[in-house]
Design a protein around this ligand. Structure first.
Ligand SMILES: Cc1ncc(COP(=O)(O)O)c(C=O)c1O
Length: 386
């Protein structure tokens, strides 16, 4: 066995010993439901918050204009069809920015923006709970990274005091695991006092928070303080892809400098059509109301039962457990009861801070939520979580 294979084997054994080993589960998606082990189960693992991923109208509109799987080239080389440009127009209108730029995923959008704008002469101020894509973007940029405690203004101020050179602050809008909201108004105001450029990754607040889903900065009335919005099309919008909403100048720069934009194939046209169609539905605000009825009921139910769900204010609900092995057992037992919830473990969260992450959707039915709360109560008692 060569040294790399030896290393891989020993690392995998270590992951298994620490209950951190991950495996790919086979599922079958059927229009909003999910089949696991030949059984239809209630899915709390999808970020399809508005239930648009299986919307009949979106699918019909997409299929009507589905002529090609992919253009199989980058946008700079292979050209730009009208759908991708229309989608960008729709997205900048939605985020109320001058323009926007579509990437093939939210992950590459985050990497593409941070690594294009920051370099070794830049300092990035980053919330400690920021998503892996932000952490990787910071690393790739070679910038100096100053991590501030989650949503902690005093700590941020301490870090900002000796700012020099180019500075960027980056935070999520709605945090992807804890489901809480960034203290964005105060954070942006503080950053601006020090002349810091602000980037908000609003992957989980987009199309969910704000008037008609216009996003977290819009809900908090700080659009004028955010320099770049980054988001995913594969969460609230139920589609696929990522985008950046920004000024014309930033877009021009990214087209010329962002490697994750330049050196990859364009988002396929049919996915642009899906997104355009879904935006029309998401913007009427009806699905958000349905979602928040579910959110309120589930938050209240879980808190009443005594679960620790932290400071979530959103459709993302962490059930804090701690032990990795109990989180795995808990989630496995839930699957047997027809409830699909994932045990989040290191490196998604800190070691010893395992949790079950529940994603609520507008498409969850009330009876399913009541059944899930009942089962969570039984399991919570069995595993001494409540
Ligand atoms: C905060 C945040 N940013 C970016 C991404 C990446 O988005 P995508 O799934 O479109 O790559 C995610 C994905 O979960 C996320 O949670």
């Amino acid at each position: 066995m060569d040294s790399i294979q030896k290393f891989i084997k020993s690392d995998i054994n270590e992951l298994k010993k620490e209950n951190l080993y991950r495996r790919l589960r086979i599922v079958e998606n059927q229009r909003g439901s999910i089949i696991v082990d030949n059984r239809k189960i209630i899915n709390f693992n999808s970020n399809d918050y508005l239930g648009l991923a299986s919307d009949k109208e979106v699918i019909k509109n997409t299929l009507k204009k589905f002529h090609e799987i992919s253009q199989c080239s980058s946008r700079l080389v292979g050209g730009n069809n009208t759908s991708i440009l229309k989608l960008e127009e729709g997205l900048s209108k939605h985020r109320r920015t001058e323009s926007s730029l579509v990437y093939t995923t939210g992950y590459s959008a985050v990497l593409g923006v941070i690594s294009a704008l920051a370099d070794r002469n830049t300092t990035i101020f980053s919330d400690e709970l920021n998503h892996a894509s932000i952490i990787d973007g910071c690393r790739l940029s070679n910038a100096k990274v100053k991590i501030f405690r989650h949503n902690d203004l005093e700590h941020l101020l301490e870090k900002l005091k000796d700012t020099k050179g180019k500075n960027i602050l980056v935070t999520e809008g709605i945090f992807s695991i804890e489901g809480d909201m960034s203290n964005l108004k105060s954070i942006c105001n503080l950053a601006k006092q020090f002349g810091v450029f602000v980037i908000v990754d609003d992957a989980h607040g987009d199309f969910v928070f704000g008037k008609n889903g216009s996003g977290t900065p819009s809900q908090l009335n700080v659009n004028n303080l955010v320099d770049i919005h980054i988001s995913s099309l594969s969460k609230g919008l139920g589609c696929f892809g990522g985008y950046v909403a920004c000024s014309n100048l930033v877009r021009e720069y990214l087209i010329n400098k962002s490697k994750q934009f330049i050196f990859t194939s364009a988002l396929p046209t049919h996915l642009c059509i899906s997104a355009l169609s879904a935006i029309g539905i998401a913007k009427n605000g009806i699905l958000q109301k349905k979602l928040f009825t579910n959110v309120k009921m589930f938050h209240n139910g879980l808190r009443k039962l005594g679960f620790d769900i932290g400071n979530t204010c959103s459709q993302i609900i962490p059930i804090h457990i701690g032990s990795e092995s109990i989180a795995i057992k808990f989630a496995t037992a839930l699957i047997k009861k027809g409830i699909f919830v994932h045990p989040m473990r290191f490196p998604t969260v800190k070691k010893g801070d395992a949790l079950l992450r529940i994603s609520l959707s507008a498409s969850h039915r009330k009876e399913h939520l009541i059944y899930t709360l009942d089962e969570l109560e039984h399991m919570g008692q069995k595993y001494k979580v409540i």
